[in-house]
Design a protein around this ligand. Structure first.
Ligand SMILES: [Zn+2]
Length: 279
């Protein structure tokens, strides 16, 4: 009897690993399960080898929303964003290091919220929204946008109020917690995500050098709704200005699209390789 109890105690202690004995927050990642999957939302097909990180490409506009229209040949932004997204997917498939999905692979309309919802439901490691700009002036060149207001109190607070009451953050059930605590935890997750977003934007700017002509410095920030996911690194790539004849021609051309896709492929490969290697 005593022996049996001793054995039970030994078994109990040996089941506690050193990692579990440490502070519970050590090495912890802040993750925020947000909305439950929307059953009405059709999820796109995923291409690529199982187990690899997922990159979701988001061709802007579509359906009744053409986006910007080039005065040079009348090509529509929605057509170019889809063509470029497909070219990027082909290059990423050739790379074999990631899985890829497109939020839309046809001429259909998706609300901004649906685009991020699709990527989040698929647990994307990276979200790249693709657009083309238009301006009244002489502007040319591509821009890579990340979200401004990295951790604005308003965003964090709104998110906390809307989504987190009954959700679990980092293993801690937030139900009944003070709103301020909820807000801080969301804010932490947002900062981590924003840092990753900016890191990818810089990589894309670097790998695009010599391949893609950039507007001014190339890296810009704005409060774009499609980038507002606290748990998913996201950038928005403006391919250039359709109001510019040079840009319109470049973005439509096979060479121009190949250069964009090659740049994204290289940036993605480095981004996922860094994530695979801790620190
Ligand atoms: Zn657009």
């Amino acid at each position: 009897m005593v022996l049996r109890i001793l054995l039970a105690i030994t078994a109990l202690f040996s089941s506690i690993s050193p990692a579990q004995a440490g502070p519970p927050w050590r090495g912890a990642r802040v993750t925020i399960p947000l909305e439950a999957a929307r059953t009405s939302l059709a999820l796109p097909q995923i291409s690529g080898p199982a187990g690899r990180p997922l990159v979701v490409l988001d061709p802007g506009h579509g359906g009744h929303d053409p986006g910007a229209i080039s005065p040079y040949g009348g090509v529509e932004e929605k057509q170019l964003t889809l063509a470029v997204a497909r070219q990027i997917r082909a290059d990423l498939m050739a790379s074999g290091r990631v899985r890829v999905a497109l939020t839309r692979d046809a001429d259909i309309f998706l609300a901004l919220r649906e685009r991020t919802a699709i990527a989040r439901n698929l647990k994307a490691a990276l979200f790249i929204s693709i657009h083309a700009d238009s301006a009244s002036g002489q502007a040319t060149g591509a821009s890579i946008y990340t979200l401004s207001d990295i951790a604005s109190d308003r965003e964090a607070q709104a998110l906390a109020t809307r989504e987190n009451k009954a959700d679990i953050l980092n293993g801690v059930n937030l139900s009944g917690k003070e709103p301020a605590v909820t807000s801080i935890l969301v804010d932490l997750a947002q900062r981590e995500t924003m840092a990753a977003s900016v890191a990818f934007a810089r990589l894309l700017r670097r790998e695009g050098a010599g391949r893609i002509p950039f507007h001014a410095g190339g890296l810009r920030m704005a409060g774009l709704a499609v980038l507002k996911s606290p748990d998913m690194p996201a950038v928005l790539l403006e391919l250039g200005y359709l109001s510019s004849e040079t840009d319109s021609r470049r973005i439509r051309s096979r060479t121009g699209q190949a250069e964009i896709a090659a740049s994204v492929r290289r940036a993605v490969e480095i981004f996922v390789a860094r994530k695979d290697t801790p620190n």
